[in-house]
Every structure is written in C-alpha cells, then in structure tokens.
Ligand binder design. Structure first.
Ligand code: NCD
Ligand code: ZN
Length: 478
C-alpha cells in the first residue's frame, strides 16, 4: 500500500502501451499518474471507477486539426472542435494556422492563444511558415508556437505556397529551435495546371479532383522538403500521407538520417477511388483519397512504422459548403477528430492492426515527434493523466448530426464502429464521461509549451547561414 490518497483509481482495466497490454489498476493524483500496478497495490482513493473489460489507453495526440477560430467560426471554433476531441478520446491537439487571419506573427499567435482558452483538451499551436513572414518566425517561437506549418500546395484558406528559397531560409531559422515543421506536401504548380486544364474541359466530377492531384505532387514535395531538411538540419513532418509513391522518398530520407516523421489519416486507410460515386463531393479533401493499392501500401507502412502516426486533418466545413454539383466549388476536408479512434479501434477489432500498434501511432509517436514525451503519450507513473478509457466491444453508428463539431457532415456516415472511448481524462479531469461531454471542463485545456522539449537540431550545413548575414526583425517580436 502507498502512503497517499489518490484522487481516482481506474480499477480492473487493461493498460496498453506501444508494445504491451497488461491487467493493471491506475491511480491518479494531482493530474498525474501516481501508480500503475496490481489491484492490491493501489493507494486509497477518493473515487474508484470500475473499468473491468475496458482498455486504458493514453489519450490520442492529434497533431493535425483545424479549429477555424479566428475567422471561420461558422465552420468550427475552439469550443466545438475541442469538445469533438474530448468525445473522440483525443486529449491533445495541434491546431493549424490557416485561420483568418493566418497565424503568421506573434500577435496572431497571441490572439489564437486567447481563442483557445475555451478548449476542453490540451493543445499545441502551429505558426505559419510562408513566403512573406520569415522575419516573423523568431517572434512566433518566442510567443510560444509549438510547431510550424508549411503549405507547399494550395488548399483551404488560399495561402500561397512559399518558394523553395523561402522554405530553405525558414528551415534554417527553425532548425536552431528544433521545432518540427509540418508539411502539406503537394507541389503547387502541377496541381494548378491540371486543375485549370480539367476545369476548362468542363470536367467537374468528384473523381476529377483526384485526377488534378496525381501522386507525383506528393513525391516531388516530400523529396524536396526532405532535401531541405537534410541540408539545414530542420525537423520535418509529412502530413496526411495519401499515396504509395510518396512512401519511397519518405523511406529514403529516413534511411539518410533526416529527422522526418509521417502521418496518415483514417480516410486514406478506409476509403479509396471506388467511394467517390457513393460519397460524392463530400469526399473532396487535399490530398485526395486515392486508389485501393495506395491504401494497402499505407496499411503496410503503418504496421512497419515507416508512417509513424495517425492524425485526422480535422477540417470541418458546413454541409452546404461540402455538397456541390461542381467539384471545384466543394470545400476540401471534413471533420475527423471525433471519429478517428472508433474507426481505428474497429480496425483493431477486425485484426488489421493490434491495439499496441494503435497506441504507438495515436499517442507515443506524436508525443515523441513533437516533444511531449515523456510527460504525455503513456500510462506510467509521473506522466500526465491523459487517458481514453475504451470499451472495445461497444458498437455505435457514425451519424454526422451527432458529431460535436460544427461540420455536421462526414464521408463515414452510417458506418458501424466497434470500440468507442467511454471516458476521456485530461490531466486527471474527466472531459468526457459515459459518452457525455463534461460541460464544466470547458477551458480546462492548456497549451503544452511548459512540457515541450525540442532541443536544437544539429546543423548539417552551417556554412549556409544566410540568416546570419543580417538578423531578421519582426514587426512585433517580443
Ligand atoms: C484543410 C482545411 O480545410 O483547412 N483541408 C484539406 O482538404 N485537408 C487544409 C489542409 O490541411 O490542407
Ligand atoms: Zn494539409
């Protein structure tokens, strides 16, 4: 017996890590995991919850969500987006900078920190790396940006893609801080030409969106970004991996020792070109859902660890914005943060991956890649008590109207899932309990800046040092 009183003990469950599952009780005190062990060894507790037959997982860490505030709050805001995360067993999100205004300076980051005060779950905030804000990067870091986003191709928000020259300088600046740069890795000009040619020819079906963005756009972008990362020592992350072809430049970069990670999202694993007819314009997303052979290759890559993690690219739009007869008018993306865990647990139930694989991809790998490990991403003494308690047998049917996101539309409408998070705890506090949002927990989420550890990256080509010629100064650097 231990000589303190815990706030909560989860009793009778199966604790899961990235490489093992074992029967254990979990004691929580002051927001941290205080003990993990056999039932008899737990301290006395103010509350004890029976989770027999359930899995105790580290909450998902989703490094790719768009919560739309400021600017597009008719699609989502921090309250609705983070509520969806809480309901989906996701305890930390990293939120993207393509809001209006975009998060391209310290002042804009501070405005986002203000908006995020409503969050139910913990969060990191992305700063933008663009053609015209290199002088703002240091200020963004000082103001607390947790990572950076570089849109190499056009997507929602119409942020122009930076030139290779601007990317190189931006990578060099950010390498010093070690913060990871996440890439929307689709080459702009190939897509622009093909989209124009298709539209001019009167082609406007959902599948024409796929034709406009062949996988070469990703092959080119991943290869180029990896070369720049290797040259500068910057850490990079390939967002939403959608194709078999881009796995090759990813694998080659890893083999060369580039600090590069990759994610995929449920839509690239569970949908393919055969679904365009049934789902219609709702399926439009960047990069596009591709062929069954691409999904198959990505399944292999998540099992092998080549693709490190699962994220969602939670990108809500209204049903009206998504349902369009002309595909070029449909906004790209759909909500995902609430459905990711049930969809992936259903794949565990179907035997396509193990529950340990899932925890490695949903929690451990993102925690390590974005500097949150060992404080987050694991169920172990001393870690923050960010927990998804899952009922692996529970069945539900996905219905857009029941989603907590404001984007009440999903390509997974009507899909029956097996395995659902029944409680979500963030730093020891319930944010979802018994499939209900805990309204009081609004605002409990906080930025992860205090636990993030990203040491400076090792410069590969210090002679480059273009940024040493004259220090860049931002408008409102602290
Ligand atoms: C995202 C959005 O709507 O913000 N859309 C998408 O199709 N993925 C932007 C993005 O992540 O590229
Ligand atoms: Zn993207």
């Amino acid at each position: 017996m231990q000589d303190f009183t815990a706030d909560l003990v989860l009793r009778g469950g199966t604790v899961v890590s990235g490489n093992a599952s074992f029967a254990a009780d979990v004691a929580i005190k002051d927001g941290l995991i205080a003990a993990v062990g056999a039932p008899g060894s737990m301290p006395p507790a103010r509350e004890s919850l029976d989770v027999t037959g359930q899995w105790v997982l580290p909450g998902a860490i989703d490094v790719h969500v768009h919560f739309r505030e400021p600017g597009y709050t008719h699609k989502e805001d921090w309250e609705t987006g983070s509520a969806a995360a809480a309901m989906g067993g996701t305890t930390t999100v990293f939120e993207m900078p393509n809001t209006d205004p975009p998060t391209r300076s310290a002042a804009e980051l501070r405005a986002k920190q203000e908006a995020a005060r409503k969050s139910y779950v913990d969060f990191g905030l992305y700063g933008l790396l663009a053609e015209d804000n290199l002088e703002e990067l240091e200020g963004l870091v000082a103001a607390g940006a947790n990572a950076f986003k570089c849109f190499m191709g056009n997507t929602f928000g119409n942020l122009p893609s930076p030139s290779t020259g601007a990317m190189l300088e931006g990578f060099e600046i950010l390498a010093k801080h070690g913060l990871r740069i996440s890439l929307h890795a689709e080459e702009y000009s190939i897509m622009a030409n093909r989209t124009r040619r298709l539209a001019e020819a009167g082609r406007n079906d959902p599948l024409d969106h796929l034709k406009a963005r062949p996988a070469i756009v990703a092959v080119e972008a991943v290869g180029r970004a990896a070369a720049l990362a290797e040259w500068t020592g910057a850490r990079v992350h390939v967002l939403h991996i959608s194709s078999a072809a881009e796995l090759r430049p990813l694998a080659e970069a890893k083999a060369r020792g580039v600090d590069i990670t990759g994610e995929t999202c449920p839509c690239y694993l569970l949908l393919d070109s055969r679904d365009y007819g049934r789902v219609g314009s709702v399926i439009r997303v960047n990069p596009p859902v591709r062929e069954a052979s691409d999904s198959e290759a990505i399944w292999h890559a998540i099992r092998s660890g080549l693709v490190d993690m699962i994220a969602t690219d939670h990108a809500p739009h209204t049903p009206e914005e998504k349902r369009q007869d002309v595909i070029w008018r449909a906004d790209c993306g759909f909500p995902g943060v609430e459905t990711q865990m049930p969809l992936m647990l259903s794949q565990v139930a179907a035997g396509r991956i193990t529950i340990e694989d899932y925890v490695r991809m949903s929690a451990e790998a993102p925690a390590r890649a974005f500097g949150l490990w060992p404080a987050k991403g694991r169920i172990a003494p001393g870690a923050q008590a960010d927990i998804a308690v899952v009922d692996p047998q529970r069945r539900e049917v996905i219905r857009a109207e029941r989603l907590h996101s404001r984007g009440k539309i999903t390509p997974f409408e009507g899909v029956e899932v097996t395995g659902v998070p029944v409680h979500t705890l963030v730093r020891g506090r319930f944010v979802q309990r018994d499939r209900k949002l805990v309204a009081d927990a609004k605002g409990w989420g906080r930025q992860v800046t205090d636990i993030q550890r990203m040491p400076p990256a090792k410069p590969q080509n210090a002679d480059l040092a273009i940024n040493a010629l004259a220090p860049r100064r931002g408008k409102d650097a602290a």
